[in-house]
Design a protein around this ligand. Structure first.
Ligand code: PMP
Ligand code: GLN
Length: 468
């Protein structure tokens, strides 16, 4: 549409949604400044052109901030949780095979709710563990990472106005996911029952405090077992307390179990879905990236009753639709291989078990370094991470105030990354606003690292100790 006025065109004003004359020169700089624009138009434009209200309060992200900081300072990265060694060779071979396959369909969209070969092996692997016959087509959904599955669970199952109980410390995305769904997160902390060096088993949920958080608005509880960042592996009696409350108040349990295979010291991982009455109300979440030390592959799954999985599938089919086919094929083949070893009881060769065996000495090695410098370690029973109490270090040196209003652990990690070239994660990021004080005297370290990385860490700690 052209205007008869020289230098003036007509275009759709994005503020008032009408075709109006536009000053061509100006419009290049200010697309919404139509010549007729009034103050009101500009106001409408500034309110509309930007972020959706539901994202307010979710702008900051710990991985974005501290990942960037570690990269900027080329720090040894014991912060973000990822192994810095290769996944097992057989799944690498499988992904190459899938990408090179004569079967052209392996390069095309997979079934929306999960590649059949993958959901079939997941049902075979988890059926006996969950004590339930799992229908691969209706009781499983696959998505882009456990993140994607968590998102589908919260968006697909929670209504605006609902309350979602989140056990603290929690994997940070639970809170913004609940907020974006319009729900109110309600927090309940796992607290250490003593001070100093201890086991993650010494961190406990108070059953009465937990019970006090349930009410008629409670739609779901999210638990992470093994817990990131503490490494707590919930015992059966602890899970039973949660299960009883879920049943009493008719609440869904979202069980994030991405570290299910990383269990140490003969500790046993129990799936809350396997407790009586819990299958019908639990969504259990797993991760191919965690299972096979390939976090960049981003393949996750949820297992549960059809009435909980179907809403997740409905959400998924209309936003992400499907996950990469060659990766699903490779993870499926990898799990078939591991399941065969598991069934033959060749557990030393089975990656589902051997990874934890290889990782436990790494945990012990890092814990010893941290204790040596004066941090007090909570020895994790599971997962990738350990929490180290830095209270005692406070007396030995002063971390400079970076001028921010952030909790002490943020300042400590920034200082350590910049000056010691060693990155960790500040655990107060895993606590709600009112409970950040519970995390700010700790650091979270990731120990699933190559021995060479741990050797480099030992040099950093040795030099640091000498400087104290
Ligand atoms: N849950 C927890 C507890 C995690 O630590 C992570 C981090 N990887 C995820 C879920 C997300 O897993 P994925 O990489 O498969 O998306
Ligand atoms: N889950 C990993 C951790 O806790 C990483 C998550 C991420 O990088 N977004 O470190």
């Amino acid at each position: 549409m052209q205007s008869c006025l020289p230098g003036v065109g007509r275009s759709l004003c994005l503020a008032c949604r009408q075709f109006t004359p536009v000053n061509k020169n100006l419009s290049r700089l200010q697309p919404f400044a139509c010549i007729l624009a009034t103050q009101q138009h500009r106001k409408m434009a500034s309110a509309k052109i930007g972020m959706a209200n539901r994202l307010k309060g979710t702008e900051k992200n710990i991985w974005v901030e501290f990942g960037k900081l570690a990269a900027e300072h080329q720090a040894l990265n014991l912060g973000q949780g990822f192994p810095d060694f290769k996944p097992p060779q057989h799944i690498i071979d499988e992904v190459v095979k899938a990408v090179n396959s004569d079967n052209a369909l392996l390069a095309q969209y997979a079934r929306s709710y999960g590649h059949p070969r993958l959901v079939n092996v997941l049902s075979k692997l988890y059926g006996p563990i969950m004590n339930h016959t799992i229908n691969p087509m209706t009781d499983i959904t696959v998505c882009v990472g456990a993140y994607g599955v968590l998102f589908c669970a919260v968006q697909g199952l929670v209504n605006p106005g609902d309350e979602v109980i989140i056990v603290e410390p929690y994997f940070d995305c639970y809170e913004p996911m609940a907020m974006v769904a319009g729900a109110t997160p309600v927090f309940v902390p796992i607290r250490p029952s003593k001070t100093g060096s201890m086991s993650s088993a010494d961190w406990k949920l108070d059953p009465e405090e937990l019970a006090s958080k349930f009410n008629s608005k409670t739609k779901a509880i999210v638990i992470n077992n093994p817990n990131n960042p503490i490494g707590k592996v919930f015992q059966k009696d602890e899970l039973q307390v949660i299960a009883d409350l879920c049943i009493k108040h008719d609440v869904i349990c979202i069980a994030d179990e991405v570290y299910e295979w990383l269990i140490y010291d003969n500790c046993k991982h129990v799936k809350i879905a396997s407790l009586p009455g819990m299958w019908d109300r639990t969504v259990t979440i797993g991760s191919g990236g965690k299972t096979f030390s390939a976090t960049g592959w981003k393949l996750g799954w949820a297992i549960g009753p059809q009435k909980l999985i179907q809403p997740m599938q409905i959400l998924h089919q209309n936003c992400i639709y499907t996950s990469p086919t060659p990766l699903q094929e490779a993870v499926a083949a990898g799990l078939e291989y591991e399941l065969d070893l598991k069934d033959k009881n060749q557990l030393d060769d089975c990656y589902l078990y051997s990874l934890a065996k290889e990782t436990q000495p790494k945990r012990d090695r890092l814990a010893a370094m941290l204790e040596d410098i004066g941090m007090e370690v909570t020895m994790p029973e599971g997962g990738y991470f350990l929490m180290a109490d830095i209270s005692k270090l406070k007396d030995k040196f002063q971390v400079p105030d970076d001028g921010s209003s952030d909790p002490y652990d943020y300042k400590f990690v920034r200082w350590m990354t910049e000056t010691k070239k060693l990155a960790a994660i500040p655990p107060s990021a895993f606590y709600s606003k009112d409970h950040k004080n519970l995390g700010e005297n700790f650091l979270r370290f990731c120990f699933i690292k190559d021995n060479e990385t741990l050797r480099k860490a030992s040099i950093v700690f040795k030099e640091w100790k000498e400087s104290l």
